[in-house]
Design a binder for this molecule. Structure first.
Ligand SMILES: Cc1ncc(COP(=O)(O)O)c(C=O)c1O
Length: 436
């Protein structure tokens, strides 16, 4: 083992019960394809693609080679007023994949940075149009948009807000789209399009000309895989168009083939003005995020700032050469191995396996679309989250990794999974959830 595993004290771990973890660690020392190996010699199958981010399977040598070559040739170039050809090439390649009118790409280092960047671009766009009074941002309950201040403010997960004060002012939240009336829905629920009218109500109450943008995950991911009700995204688009509001799709999870098209915008046939990405962009090999905007958004900001810096925003590591090399190698793999197509083909087998768990008494609801599914477990003894914490440990013992959020299992297998991996996952989930 390259690094010691006996002194874990000084890492302040993210979104982790630190002391409990350090008393009973779950450390991974190798990850290859669909499998990971723990420090104590277990083999586990990774059925959440890490955190929804490695659909091509872990530790792909093609990506490692591209990154290594770039780090030897040109490890860093400052991205302000200078550039590196790989960044321009990546933006060109991405444009060919984008849905709708998205055409230009701003690079970041994570999904959280992408969300904050998208919100700032929306505000800058409105100001460029002479609409600087549009400062309100609209998000949704049960949304997750990362952890930076903008994303924290527009997201709707209670625990992610309560330690940190009010966040941005002027943020409004629409209701979430899971009603509990339609259970075990595969694909989009039939009812609930009218929930989009919350956006219209905010316009009526606060003045449409105070609202800059509305941000949604087309399928809410981290809070349990909530596909949009039929007609919901279309209605949001209509309201945005009628009121001069930008529509932002946060596709940090849904992007790059996860739900059956290149992006969710393709799957649902609804155009966003701005779209965020991260995770699968580099197959998780190097941190990177991105924000796509339409010609119209780009040109409006360029025209207003002509001759000077048009957007006073960027990161030291925007379009880092190693990340660009990783992303280009990742796109090559997606294309060469036909992985989005493979995800589409495997979806039925995967969803059949997950929905077969519905007979278990502890399973209260299952939702799924593409290669993404959420399984709600009944809370234990009125303590929300306790069963989820237990399930993380029990699934570890069972050799299956899925992401638990509260009492919900979020499942997102790598697109390179074989049917045998799906079978093994289903067996492990049944064994663990079956005893609750
Ligand atoms: C929809 C969405 N937006 C933003 C983020 C934040 O991404 P990151 O953890 O890379 O900052 C996530 C992470 O899961 C996400 O699911």
């Amino acid at each position: 083992m390259r690094y010691p595993t006996n002194d874990l004290e000084h890492f302040f771990m993210p979104f982790t019960a630190n002391r409990a973890f350090k008393a009973n660690p779950r450390l991974m020392v190798s990850s290859k394809g669909v499998e990971c190996t723990s420090h104590d010699g277990r083999t586990l199958i990774d059925m959440s693609s890490g955190l929804f981010c490695a659909p091509a399977g872990h530790s792909r040598p093609e990506i490692a080679d591209a990154v290594s070559e770039m780090l030897r040739d040109c490890a860093y170039v400052q991205p302000f007023q200078h550039g590196q050809p790989a960044a321009f090439e990546l933006a060109r390649r991405l444009k060919a994949l984008y849905p709708g009118d998205l055409a230009y790409t701003f690079f970041t280092n994570s999904g959280s940075e992408s969300v904050d960047t998208a919100l700032k671009i929306a505000l800058a766009y409105q100001r460029a149009k002479g609409q600087g009074q549009r400062i309100r941002l609209v998000g949704r309950e049960r949304a997750y948009h990362g952890v930076n201040f903008g994303g924290m403010s527009v997201q709707g997960m209670v625990k992610n807000k309560e330690q940190f004060g009010p966040g941005l002012v002027g943020v409004l939240h629409m209701r979430h789209t899971w009603s509990g009336d339609e259970l075990f829905v595969r694909g989009q629920p039939e009812n609930g399009a009218g929930l989009a009218d919350d956006l219209q109500r905010f316009c009526d109450l606060h003045g449409a000309d105070t609202v800059a943008a509305c941000i949604v995950e087309p399928v809410a991911g981290s809070t349990g895989i909530l596909a949009p009700p039929k007609g919901y995204l279309e209605r949001l688009r209509e309201i945005c168009d009628a009121n001069g509001i930008l529509l932002i799709f946060d596709e940090v999870i849904t992007g790059f083939g996860r739900i059956g098209g290149n992006f969710a915008g393709d799957v649902f046939g609804v155009k966003a003005d701005i779209m965020t990405m991260a995770k699968a962009l580099t197959n998780a090999a190097i941190p990177m995020g991105a924000v796509a905007v339409t010609d119209h958004v780009y040109d409006t900001i360029m025209d207003a700032g002509a001759g000077a810096v048009e957007l006073f925003h960027g990161y030291t590591y925007s379009a880092h050469p190693a990340a660009c090399a990783a992303a280009l190698a990742t796109l090559d793999i997606y294309e060469k191995d036909g992985l989005f197509e493979r995800a589409r083909e495997m979806s039925d087998y995967f969803l059949d396996a997950v929905f077969a768990l519905r007979d278990l008494p502890a399973v209260k609801d299952i939702r799924g679309i593409g290669m993404l599914a959420g399984v709600d477990l009944a809370a234990r003894d009125g303590k929300p989250g306790a069963r989820g914490g237990q399930a993380t440990q029990d699934l570890w013992e069972e050799g299956v990794l899925v992401k638990m959020t509260g009492d919900t299992a979020c499942i997102a297998p790598p697109f390179v999974s074989e049917k045998s991996h799906i079978d093994r996952m289903a067996e492990g989930l049944r064994k663990v959830f079956g005893k609750y």
